[in-house]
Design a protein around this ligand. Sequence first.
Ligand code: MGD
Ligand code: MGD
Ligand code: MO
Length: 654
Amino acid sequence: MRQRTACTRDCPDTCGIIATVEEGRVVQLQGDPEHPVTSGTLCERTKDYAKRVESSERLTTPLLRAGRVDPANPRAAYKEISWEEALELCAKKLLQFREESGPESIFHYQCGGSLGILKRLNPWFFESFGPCAAKRGNICEGAGFAAQQLDFGESESNDWFDLENAKTIVLWGKNPNVSSVHLLPVLKRAKKKGAKLISINPIRHATSRSCDLVLQPRPGTDPFLALALARILFAKNWIHEKAEEWCNGLSEFRQMVECRSPSDWLASTGIEVETVEELANHYFDGPSTILCGWGMQRRANGGACIRLLDALAGITGNIGMPGAGVSFYAGRSAGFDLSFLKGVAVAPRTISEPRLGAELLAAANPPIRMAWITCGNPVAMLPESQKVAQALQSREFTVVSDSFLTDTAQCADLVLPTTTMLEEDDLVGSYGHHWISNVRKVVDPPPGVRSDLEIFTEIAEHVGIPGAFPYDAEGWKERLIRDLEPEGITIDRLRQESVRKPFVPKVAFEGRKFPTNDGRIQLIRELPTEIPPASREFPLYLLSNAISSAQGSQCEGEFQQGPPEVQVHPETAANLAGGPLQDGDMAVLESELGSMEVVVRHEDQLHPDAVAIPKGGWHHRGRSANALIRARVTDLGEGACYLDETVRLRPAAR
Ligand SMILES: Nc1nc2c(c(=O)[nH]1)N[C@H]1C(S)=C(S)[C@@H](COP(=O)(O)OP(=O)(O)OC[C@H]3O[C@@H](n4cnc5c(=O)[nH]c(N)nc54)[C@H](O)[C@@H]3O)O[C@H]1N2
Ligand SMILES: Nc1nc2c(c(=O)[nH]1)N[C@H]1C(S)=C(S)[C@@H](COP(=O)(O)OP(=O)(O)OC[C@H]3O[C@@H](n4cnc5c(=O)[nH]c(N)nc54)[C@H](O)[C@@H]3O)O[C@H]1N2
Ligand SMILES: [Mo]
């Protein structure tokens, strides 16, 4: 039997899936050929998702901690208990801590495990029970999102296929080959129609092979590259003659840009003026779209960086028309009626997401006594893994619901086994495009596994919050899309096809009208800061990028075995202070915060001032990049400066 569902993993592509099910098992997952973006193809990591569903590592019963966790055999520290016992225990603890210390002593954390809209009911539980302590900031797109809200009043993008109207496409810090593979055919078609492709990235990644111009700036210097580009555009008078109509602060912006020469702006970037002139030629030859990756905004100057890219589009008029814009985000929740959720606005206290470990430990009067984690693996994925683990372990009671005994689950007192995306009903919007899809249970979960919604519905009953969870999954779906029904979007229709939100225009900010106070773009006026400098002691910037075979820390297969591979430019490897390193050598990767054993891989496509380790390594296997990354906050939006950490690489002691 073939069934239509959709992917809820944290990814801009948000695919439609056709699942073939035989005798209650998923035997094949294919891309939905009728979903315009998916177009029949799934990425490497999701094609194999059934392995995850059927993994022998799946948790199938609630686990209560009975002893110390031995990383070699974490499971042994837990004893199996029944759901009845587990839910009663949860209810007892929730009521006890609320009674004794107030709801601010209970903290709920959720990240990107599932982007299903029904997952918003997890924080809803804690809001209606408390409101309890909630997370603040956003480690994924916080800085760039805040930047675009300041500049444009909103973070939105042109239609996914509008790229085909562009004459120039700049992949600025974006690597679609790994983290957004469904862009590749669109880029190919745009190129066939004559568009020029440009990549700006410290890594010459696979997609840059089909680019007409490739710039490899030093990590973290893009804001200065953008200023140099703006300087050249002003000098050539390639500014839209009517820019003032839609740009507020044009003369101040110009003044700022003209306070240094192009070569002065470029001093830290390692890029030649002639190359930026070439970039200017292309960018001027519009319509031009900048496709923003998310990596470069996970830096101390990340917000300023995106604001400068917004400004480039503003001054040249490359916005509010087909083929143009600065595509960073699409409003994935737009259209769903989530108005009942108030979030941080009603939380009695908030805990910074990028500084989660430190803030949990420091919270006082009352302390955070209980933590509950859903859809996230913060020990592996947030900066300062050790501190996050310590903070979770030292709460009086920590609950984690997950399908696996992750780094984070290993810090829990109670682990609740939950469903995978093929075992539950949901709805999903996208942050990369504007289609919404129906998610459905295509197979039953293993006995003993419950969805988050089932868990919270039952606990709500136990703790007595009547009326908070009145529906089952189907009922909630109907409830959440009620505003879309007049637009012709019903659950029945979504069962048949993914639907583009009809109220979202194909061109964002059409006519160059912006939802800001004066209806114009607010151009940045402040100079960006430099990212923390590399030192003699720690001379290399640590990149930790997505890889094709894993979604964050979720991976099937061999990836988490042995020491992680770290890429380094061969010339850098030959000239390290501690002695040269050959391809395949064992080495130690160290930051001010910690160190780990790694295997060296020479990679001449990488910037010589960087080393690259995969994102998502498991902490209990000594593979988490975040064990080396300090918790520092971006200039805007309270993101995490994941990519600003500096490190050194030295030969392992023999
Ligand atoms: N296969 C796979 N796909 C994923 C994910 C995954 O884990 N695996 N994660 C998903 C998630 S959560 C998100 S948010 C998105 C991630 O989207 P991104 O964060 O855009 O994904 P990455 O491919 O890690 O890309 C980061 C890019 O930024 C570049 N970069 C780093 N520093 C700089 C800089 O200073 N300047 C410039 N110009 N570029 C820089 C890196 O070289 C890299 O190419 O993708 C999603 N897609
Ligand atoms: N060093 C470094 N760190 C990074 C990044 C980076 O580029 N470099 N990228 C950052 C980014 S962009 C992001 S978005 C975060 C991602 O951070 P996370 O979202 O914490 O990352 P995942 O590893 O995908 O972990 C999600 C967990 O949720 C579980 N899960 C999946 N579905 C469900 C469900 O329905 N219910 C419940 N209860 N659990 C579920 C999965 O099994 C998995 O263990 O990581 C960030 N961390
Ligand atoms: Mo993300």
